[in-house]
Write a protein of this length. Structure first.
Ligand SMILES: Nc1ncnc2c1ncn2[C@@H]1O[C@H](COP(=O)(O)OP(=O)(O)OP(=O)(O)O)[C@@H](O)[C@H]1O
Length: 271
C-alpha cells in the first residue's frame, strides 16, 4: 500500500538565514544588547541593503554572518557558502603591490602558487584595474583602492578545489559601508561596478549603508533596523528596473518614504 506522505511545510532555500539572532556585549549590569531577535532571510542572488540609525548593530550583524563573532541567541545559517567581508577602509597591505595583495588572498584560499598570478590578473580585469597590477595602494585613488578591496573580497571566495572563480550563488559578499568615504562621482561609478559584478557572478550581497538613496539605488530590498537594540522594523521591496540612477525621481521618492520611517524610528528611541 502506498502511504500518502505529507511534506512538512518547507521554507524556500535562503543563502543567509538569521533566526531570532540576538547579540549582547559584556555581562551582568554592564551588558549591552546590540541586536534583539533579528530574523532575516536573504535569497540566493539577492542584493539586500541594511539601513538603520548609527549604533543599531549593523556591523555587529555582518560580523556574526561572517562568523567573526558568535550570537548570544538564535541561529545563523549560511549553508556552507563562501563568505567575504568588505569594509569602508580598503585595509590593503601597503608594502605589497596590488597583485601582491590579491595573491596573498588567493594563497589564504589555498590556490596553488602557479595559478595565483593569472587568477589575480583575472580579478583585476574584472574590476577594470588591469593596468595597475604593479602599483602599491598609496599610488591609487580612494575609488581604485576600493576596487582592489572588492577584487580581494572576491579572491577570498575563490574555490581552490574546483578552480572556480570567486562568485556564484555559493558566494555571499558582506559589504559594510564600502563607499562611505568616497566622493559622490566615484561612488556612482562604483555603484555601476558592484551592480555589474553582482549580476555577472550571481553573488548574494548584504550591504550596510547610512545612505538611503544608495540603498534604493542598489537593493532588491531595503531592510530597516530599529535603533539599538537592532530589530527588523520594516522591509521595503525596490520594484524599479535596473540600472537605476541615484537621482531618478522614483529612487528619490522611495528614499524619502524610507527616510521618514527611519526618522520616526530614531525619534521614538530618542537617539
Ligand atoms: N566588541 C564590542 N564590545 C562592546 N560593545 C560593542 C562591541 N561592538 C559593538 N558594540 C556596541 O554595539 C552597538 C552596535 O554597534 P555596531 O557597530 O554594530 O553598530 P552600527 O549600526 O554598525 O553603527 P554605525 O552605523 O555607527 O557604524 C554599539 O552600541 C556599539 O558600541
Amino acid at each position: 500500500m502506498t502511504q500518502a506522505v505529507t511534506a512538512a511545510p518547507s521554507r524556500t532555500a535562503a543563502a543567509v538565514r538569521l533566526d531570532g539572532v540576538s547579540k549582547a556585549f559584556g555581562t551582568g549590569g554592564d551588558s549591552l544588547l546590540a541586536l534583539d531577535r533579528v530574523s532575516l532571510d536573504v535569497a540566493p542572488g539577492e542584493f539586500t541593503c541594511l539601513l538603520g540609525a548609527s549604533g543599531c548593530g549593523k556591523s555587529t550583524l555582518l560580523n556574526l554572518v561572517a562568523d567573526l563573532d558568535r550570537p548570544s541567541g538564535g541561529t545563523i545559517d549560511t549553508g556552507g557558502a563562501r563568505v567575504a567581508l568588505m569594509f569602508q577602509e580598503p585595509a590593503l597591505f601597503p608594502w605589497l603591490t596590488v597583485t601582491g595583495n590579491l595573491e596573498l588572498a588567493l594563497k589564504m584560499r589555498g590556490v596553488p602558487r602557479a595559478e595565483r598570478r593569472a587568477r589575480a590578473a583575472e580579478l583585476l580585469d574584472s574590476v577594470h584595474l588591469g593596468g595597475f597590477a604593479k602599483k602599491r595602494p598609496h599610488q591609487l585613488s580612494g575609488g581604485m583602492r576600493q576596487r582592489v578591496a572588492l577584487a580581494r573580497a572576491l579572491a577570498l571566495t575563490e574555490d581552490e578545489s574546483t578552480g572556480e572563480g570567486g562568485g556564484g550563488q555559493g558566494t555571499v559578499l558582506l559589504m559594510d559601508e564600502p563607499f562611505g568615504a568616497l566622493d559622490a562621482m566615484t561612488r556612482d561609478l562604483l555603484h555601476d561596478e558592484i551592480e555589474r559584478i553582482w549580476r555577472t557572478r550571481g553573488l548574494t550581497v548584504l550591504f550596510v549603508t547610512h545612505n538611503v538613496r544608495e540603498a534604493v539605488r542598489l537593493g532588491d530590498r531595503v531592510v530597516l533596523l530599529s535603533s539599538r537594540p537592532g530589530r527588523v522594523v520594516q522591509e521595503f521591496p525596490v520594484p524599479m528596473d535596473r540600472p537605476r540612477r541615484i537621482d531618478a525621481p522614483e529612487v528619490a521618492a522611495l528614499a524619502a518614504t524610507i527616510t521618514d520611517r527611519l526618522r520616526e524610528e530614531v525619534g521614538r528611541h530618542g537617539a
